[in-house]
Design a binder for this molecule. Structure first.
Ligand SMILES: [Zn+2]
Length: 45
Protein backbone atom coordinates (compact mmCIF):
# COMPACT_ATOMS: atom_id res chain seq x y z
CA UNK A 1 0.00 0.00 0.00
CA UNK A 2 1.37 3.41 -0.98
CA UNK A 3 0.22 6.57 0.78
CA UNK A 4 1.04 10.08 -0.38
CA UNK A 5 0.64 13.02 2.04
CA UNK A 6 -0.92 15.80 -0.07
CA UNK A 7 -1.87 18.20 2.71
CA UNK A 8 -0.28 18.95 6.06
CA UNK A 9 -1.17 22.61 6.66
CA UNK A 10 -3.19 22.07 9.81
CA UNK A 11 -6.18 20.31 11.24
CA UNK A 12 -8.53 23.01 9.88
CA UNK A 13 -8.30 24.50 6.40
CA UNK A 14 -7.83 28.28 5.99
CA UNK A 15 -10.01 30.15 5.15
CA UNK A 16 -12.77 28.42 7.05
CA UNK A 17 -16.22 28.49 5.35
CA UNK A 18 -18.40 31.45 6.46
CA UNK A 19 -15.68 32.82 8.80
CA UNK A 20 -15.00 36.56 8.67
CA UNK A 21 -12.04 36.83 11.05
CA UNK A 22 -9.04 38.87 9.73
CA UNK A 23 -6.98 35.73 8.98
CA UNK A 24 -9.67 34.11 6.84
CA UNK A 25 -10.46 37.40 5.05
CA UNK A 26 -6.76 37.87 4.19
CA UNK A 27 -6.50 34.26 2.99
CA UNK A 28 -9.51 34.72 0.66
CA UNK A 29 -8.05 37.93 -0.80
CA UNK A 30 -4.44 36.77 -1.27
CA UNK A 31 -4.84 33.03 -1.92
CA UNK A 32 -1.74 30.80 -1.69
CA UNK A 33 0.26 30.68 0.64
CA UNK A 34 -2.21 32.37 3.00
CA UNK A 35 -4.94 29.90 2.04
CA UNK A 36 -4.11 26.37 3.18
CA UNK A 37 -5.76 23.01 2.87
CA UNK A 38 -6.24 20.68 5.80
CA UNK A 39 -4.64 17.28 6.27
CA UNK A 40 -5.20 14.91 3.36
CA UNK A 41 -3.84 11.60 2.12
CA UNK A 42 -3.87 9.99 -1.32
CA UNK A 43 -4.06 6.19 -1.38
CA UNK A 44 -2.52 4.90 -4.62
CA UNK A 45 -3.77 1.28 -4.47
ZN1 LIG B 1 -11.38 32.65 10.39
Amino acid sequence: MKLKIIGSGGCVSTPRPCCNCPICVEAREKGFPYARTGCSLYLED
